[in-house]
Write a protein that binds this ligand. Structure first.
Ligand code: ATP
Length: 451
């Protein structure tokens, strides 16, 4: 078996949850192709990021895991993909044009801008240290405004959506009629949203362009409280099942003075980031606010006629709203681990197999041509079922380490014995244990472990 000493018992290394971990994640992301700063060759474009070959896969897996749990595994939720460009009427009705604002202050000394509600000390500038140098706060609308069409006149104003949710509300009747669902039922959407954040930062935690995963769950009014509890619990469990340790996860119910006027309950699922607790997802009991607003502004009926009870009502909405990019970062932070093996530090991402960018790496032991045909055969056997990497450069030990850093759950090594016995070595990421498995049994061996 290749590199048998790789199974030497490892010694765990304590990885503190602080700025040093953040730095490691940012470095790993760049080095291994998870996340790159955007427009780097032009000096960068503040707070925008590009997802590299590994990151695009991880992000896709986060979204797929959400879709699987919220849409595929249920018969009371259907999907939607609504447009990003949207007319002002939507945001007028939703209240975003008036209320989707943050309080902005300028430092008169250094001219930096801050969100007043995020200042640690409201009298001291965190950039230059000046005291009492802030202007009066003014409300800054976070929506990106643009013009649709070739002429930039008022009638051509359009907005990039700041959340995906409104797409579900304005399509309520379309979905109700075409899907034949009835409350309680939900509409789910994953997609990009845009907010002109005053203070983006902390890597992909807060960016101006990001991805959301939102569900609007429509229920009879008297069932709203029950469904709200249900979704708070279900959403918390989703993160736990995908590997976030419970000591780094909490549900924080909002205080009454934090609630929007229409909300009778909101709770955030929070993760313990290196700088403290931060929101991954908000679950809100929104009443009939959204459908009523759009019905009033559009003049269309947005309600439900229940034939069984012969009553017409406006469904109440429970909204679990999560961030895909922010959640991806939480999964990365939670999975990061180091241990000492034979005097060297092994970095390993202990990602849940469902999230792992590659499920399997096929590694011919050496670059010798004699191994290539069988290694390629193994790759082609696995590829239709599993996302695979194929790597034949460098010493096998270094290739294992690279896969550990990508979070690949299994490495399959094709060696010279394989040519005789048509068996391969399967190495497991976390334990580094190695098994010899016949090529013909390989798929059956791997698939159940990766489901
Ligand atoms: P925050 O308080 O952090 O600004 P929010 O309460 O305004 O977030 P929501 O409007 O509830 O956020 O959006 C739902 C989710 O979308 C958030 O929990 C978060 O995961 C994600 N999200 C919101 N804004 C951003 C952003 N600027 N960058 C990345 N993700 C974001």
């Amino acid at each position: 078996m290749p590199d048998a000493a790789d199974t030497d018992l490892p010694t765990p290394i304590e990885v503190p949850n602080d700025a040093s971990l953040m730095e490691k994640i940012v470095n790993l992301s760049k080095r291994r192709g998870f996340v790159f700063p955007s427009a780097e060759i032009y000096g960068g474009f503040r707070s925008t990021y590009d997802y590299g070959p590994i990151g695009v896969q991880l992000l896709r897996n986060v979204k797929d895991a959400w879709w699987r749990s919220m849409v595929q595994m249920r018969d009371d939720v259907v999907g939607l993909d609504a447009s990003i460009l949207s007319p002002p009427a939507i945001w007028e009705a939703s209240g975003h044009l008036k209320n989707f604002t943050d309080p902005l202050v300028d430092c008169k000394a250094c001219h930096e801008r801050f969100r007043e509600d995020q200042l640690e000390d409201p009298r001291t500038c965190p950039n230059c240290g000046a005291t009492d140098s802030f202007t009066e706060a003014r409300q800054f609308n976070l929506m990106f405004k643009t013009h649709a069409g070739p002429v930039e006149h008022e009638g051509a104003v359009a907005y990039l959506r700041p959340e995906t949710a409104q797409g579900m509300f304005i399509n309520f009747s379309n979905v109700l009629q075409s899907s034949r669902k009835k409350p309680p039922f939900g509409i789910a959407q994953i997609g990009k949203s845009f907010r002109n954040e005053i203070t983006p930062g902390n890597f992909v935690f807060r960016t101006r362009e990001f991805e959301q995963m939102e569900l609007e769950f429509f229920v009879p009014p008297d069932e709203a409280d029950r469904w709200y509890e249900y979704w708070v619990d279900a959403r918390y469990q989703w993160y736990v099942e995908l590997g976030i340790p419970t000591e780094k996860l909490r549900i924080r119910p909002h205080d009454p003075d934090e609630l929007s006027h229409y909300s009778s309950g909101t709770a955030d699922v929070e993760f313990l980031f290196p700088w403290g607790w931060g929101e991954l997802e908000g679950i809100a009991n929104r009443g009939d606010y959204d459908l009523t607003q759009h019905a009033t502004h559009s003049g269309e009926k947005l309600d439900y006629f229940d034939q069984a009870t012969n009553t017409r009502y406006v469904p109440h909405v429970i909204e679990p709203a999560a961030g895909a990019t922010r959640t991806m970062m939480a999964f990365l932070l939670a999975a990061y681990d180091e241990e000492e093996v034979r005097g060297e530090v092994r970095t390993v991402l202990r990602l849940h197999p469902r999230l792992a960018p590659y499920k399997v790496a096929v590694l011919p032991l050496s670059k010798k041509d004699t191994l290539t045909p069988l290694a390629r055969e193994v790759l082609q056997l696995l590829q239709p079922h599993l996302m695979c990497d194929y790597d034949e450069t460098q010493a096998i030990g270094r290739r294992y380490r690279r896969q550990d850093e990508l979070g690949t759950p299994y490495c399959v090594t094709v060696d010279f014995d394989s040519l005789e016995d048509r068996a391969v070595t399967v190495r497991e990421r976390d334990s580094m244990a190695q098994d010899r498995v016949a090529v013909d049994d390989l798929l059956g061996h791997l698939l159940p472990k990766l489901a």
